[in-house]
Design a protein around this ligand. Structure first.
Ligand code: MRU
Length: 353
């Protein structure tokens, strides 16, 4: 079974509503950039690569319908600016916006409005294929790197949040590494954390694992250190929302404590992400804006209160793992790099932000 989180045909876009998973499979129609903004903000669609792809595809849908009239460049600029503001921590939407705007401006020098629309739509549609291809390379690079470090036949991985088909155009990043290990017959088991407060692990990663027959065990976030000590974890592999020049990485809140625990237990800690999740314009993780989400995500589940009424809440959606704790490496489609190697490896291969 192949999970399809984004359904796109020329002029039509639907997203799998991840707020309803795993109990209901329902696709929501995205007709406008504003629909995409709301789906991203409310986390019907989430995961750094998926946010960028859905945002840009919503623009393609509107462009195909002729929105923007004689001045598509202004419409594209305003739409991308709006989409980028939906969730600030993941860099992918901002990077796509920057690259697409540059492309549109160059095209507008030689093409009329109609031709410009066509070429911008083609650029956007290409994102879907590029993302899946990159994820397959990440999966393979990560699997080979992990296996090269162990004498055993099979490995046990611990992962966090959801970084699979639901968070990307397909296959996934950190979960793509798990998929590749499974496909090679070398995965003993993956432990996935529940990932409070939004439960991407228990609702989404567990759903993907069960759907595909990947041997997986769900744990609460607070069981991670114990699992590392007791369950012979070979490596911890997580995704990324933004990897900056020194290798510091913003990812789902809870990642930082996993990296500390992995270091304590001598377990290699890997970040798996496409190069489009890297941001060399920021020197260190201190410069990353961390999204703070509504208190209700902590105080209730599906509208049912679970906390004492009146309690103050702090709900940062991400944390930053310092590069010193990323001991296994940063797995990209271009290869696996130590944090200290990242900048040199990507310079000239990424557009400036
Ligand atoms: O808040 P979310 O669910 O969008 O956070 C997702 C993560 O932190 C993922 O690990 C990251 O975006 C990588 S997804 C391939």
């Amino acid at each position: 079974m192949t999970l399809e989180s984004i359904r796109y045909r020329a002029g039509s876009l639907q997203v799998l509503n991840q707020l309803l998973l795993p109990h209901q499979t329902a696709y929501d129609e995205i007709r406008t950039v504003q629909d995409a903004y709301e789906a991203i903000k409310s986390m019907k669609v989430r995961g750094a690569p998926a946010i960028a792809i859905v945002g840009c595809l919503s623009l393609a849908v509107e462009l195909r319908a002729g929105v923007g009239g004689d001045d598509p460049v202004t419409f594209i600029r305003e739409s991308l600016c709006h989409l980028t503001s939906a969730r600030p921590t993941a860099v992918n939407m901002g990077r796509a916006a920057r690259e697409l705007m540059e492309f549109a401006e160059n095209e507008s020098m030689e093409k009329n409005s109609e031709q410009l629309r066509e070429s911008v739509i083609a650029w956007i549609e290409d994102m879907l294929e590029r993302d899946v291809n990159d994820n397959r390379k990440i999966g393979n690079n990560g699997a080979q790197h992990i296996l090269s470090g162990v004498p055993r036949d099979s490995v046990t991985i611990l992962t966090h949040c959801n970084t699979g088909s639901l968070a990307t155009a397909g296959y996934g990043t950190a979960l793509g590494v798990v998929r590749s290990l499974h496909a090679l017959g070398r995965l003993k088991r993956v432990y996935c954390t529940e990932t409070r407060p939004y439960n991407q692990g228990s609702r989404l990663t567990a759903y993907e694992a069960v759907a595909e027959g990947i041997p997986a065990t769900l744990i609460t976030d607070s069981m991670a250190a114990l699992t590392m000590r007791e369950m012979d974890i070979t490596a911890v592999v997580v995704g990324a929302d933004r990897v900056v020049a020194n290798g510091d990485t913003a990812n789902k809140v809870g990642t930082y404590q996993l990296a500390i625990a992995a270091k304590h237990h001598g377990i290699p800690f890997y970040v798996a992400a496409p190069s489009t999740s890297c941001d060399l314009s920021l020197e260190s993780g201190r410069d990353i804006i961390i999204e703070v989400r509504p208190p209700e995500e902590l105080t209730s589940i599906n509208g049912v209160p679970i906390a004492a009424k009146g309690i103050d809440v702090w709900n940062p959606a991400f944390d930053v793992t310092p590069h010193q704790l990323i001991t296994g490496g940063i797995i990209t489609e271009l290869g696996v790099f130590l944090p200290s190697e990242l900048q040199a490896a990507l310079t000239g291969r990424l557009t400036a932000l």
